[in-house]
Write a protein that binds this ligand. Structure first.
Ligand SMILES: NC(=O)C1=CN([C@@H]2O[C@H](COP(=O)(O)OP(=O)(O)OC[C@H]3O[C@@H](n4cnc5c(N)ncnc54)[C@H](OP(=O)(O)O)[C@@H]3O)[C@@H](O)[C@H]2O)C=CC1
Ligand SMILES: CC(=O)[C@@H](O)[C@H](O)COP(=O)(O)O
Ligand SMILES: [Mn+2]
Length: 396
């Protein structure tokens, strides 16, 4: 029996993870659940899964949850950011599903990594804000790191076993690999007239053509910042050089990514656009379990098509690829700026195209001097958030 801590339990990945766990009560137990402030949904999850501990970052929400659970289940309710780190380290936790959204997920994920736990990584921002330090911690502790992000999970599945066992440490060329092909749908505005981008609403941006996801990642898919963050994520997970990774637009999201080998072979992982597949894969690896996902019916799939990304349509993708080549400081700044810009767009404070403007402004104005520590990167993150908030309050 694996005891699983589900971080971000009330979210889209959290809900899909619990759905897979629900199907395998003999294999998995949700022993810890965490969320930010959604006490209502968390109460329902606690009544069903009866975890040992539930964490609400927001103290008021923790009080509400404790009151709702009183006398019904023995779950201990904790509050605050430090509690996230504490529960990641509990001895009974074997596996951590890291599915908090944003850089807020880093501290608890890193705490689990440092204790050598099995870490299922959905929270791509953790790698964007601290890639090398994060991968060094994995190496040092011997933690098992398994990618949940559908593209990275697809690449992982298409890699030789020797590379899977040494994630982030292999020379891909020595294993016969020429390229990783990172596929992206292009989002809901792939064919929309560029002249109409100023009128894009948050709900339109969150209406992803293929996937049902949280609002932040949905906006990132619409700007293709998601693919940019994934480019950085792949750089650290698979130790890619700039010439070893290519972004390919594949609007149907049936192929979830591919590995191209030096002999001309291309291995792809395909499936329904349903996150329960990579989640089940990472939970069970190296075994396979049922995930509740409909089998892919090739007679219904129709066409699989591919396009090169147009940076005029997707300036955030270009900013992220350039930042990745520039170095850690640039990707930390970009991630922080993007979190503030996306939240402002979702709150109706800026337009869709302003997201790229805010991101570009922060990259230009932040102090990108070398930071070698987590604390230095945290300060840079703070500086970038403040620059982004300044842009938003001035409107430029
Ligand atoms: N959704 C998807 O299909 C995919 C998601 N990912 C990645 O997985 C992560 C989660 O995405 P998704 O599930 O869509 O996000 P959601 O917005 O659906 O869920 C986010 C979860 O994180 C919690 N949370 C939000 N802010 C904080 C915070 N400051 N501290 C602690 N907890 C917090 C939320 O709690 P509350 O509900 O209380 O606010 C919620 O449980 C992201 O990094 C995303 O990029 C990767 C691939 C696919
Ligand atoms: C499901 C998943 O992994 C998302 O990151 C997905 O890739 C988003 O779709 P895009 O390809 O449009 O970014
Ligand atoms: Mn993805």
């Amino acid at each position: 029996m694996q005891n699983v801590a589900v971080f971000g339990a009330t979210g889209s990945i959290g809900g899909n993870t619990l759905d897979v766990i629900r199907r395998h009560p003999d294999l998995y137990r949700a022993s810890v659940l965490t969320a930010h402030s959604n006490a209502e949904v968390m109460a329902g999850l606690c009544l069903e899964f009866v975890p040992d501990v539930a964490v609400m970052v927001d103290p008021q929400a923790a009080k509400q949850l404790a009151a709702q659970l009183k006398g019904l289940v023995p779950t201990e309710v904790l509050a605050g950011e430090q509690a996230l780190v504490d529960v990641a380290q509990l001895p009974q936790v074997d596996t951590v599903m890291a599915a908090i959204v944003g850089a807020a997920g880093l501290a608890s994920t890193l705490a689990a990594v440092r204790l050598g736990k099995r870490v299922l990584l959905a929270n791509k921002e953790a790698l964007v804000v601290s890639g090398r330090l994060f991968m060094d911690a994995v190496k040092e502790s011997g933690a098992t790191l398994l990618p949940v992000d559908s593209e990275h999970n697809a690449i992982f599945q298409s890699l030789p076993e020797a590379v899977q066992g040494q994630l982030g440490r292999c020379d891909l060329a020595q294993h016969g690999i020429s390229h990783l092909l990172l596929t992206g749908s292009g989002g809901p505005f792939r064919t929309r007239d560029l002249a109409s981008f100023d009128s894009i609403t948050p709900d339109q941006a969150c209406a992803h053509p293929n996937w049902s996801m949280g609002r932040k990642i949905s906006v990132d898919s619409a700007t293709m910042m998601n693919k940019g963050l994934e480019y950085v994520e792949a750089r650290w997970l698979f130790n890619t050089r700039p010439d070893q990774i290519q972004v390919v637009i594949h609007p149907q999201s049936v192929i979830h990514s591919m590995v191209q080998y030096q002999d001309g072979s291309v291995l792809a992982q395909m499936g329904q656009p349903d996150m329960r597949t990579p989640i089940a894969h990472s939970l069970a690896y190296p075994q396979r379990i049922a995930a509740g996902v409909e089998p892919l019916d090739f007679f219904k799939v129709g066409q699989l098509t591919f396009e090169a990304p147009d940076y005029a349509r997707y300036p955030c993708l270009k900013l992220a690829i350039d930042a990745c080549h520039q170095g850690q400081e640039a990707t930390t700044v970009l991630n922080a700026a993007n979190e503030i810009a996306v939240a402002a767009f979702l709150a109706g404070q800026i337009g869709f195209s302003d997201i790229a403007r805010v991101n570009g402004y922060c990259l230009e104005h932040a102090d990108l001097a070398h930071c070698s520590s987590l604390q230095g990167l945290a300060e840079l993150d703070k500086q970038s958030r403040s620059l982004a908030s300044g842009w938003i309050s001035r409107g430029k």
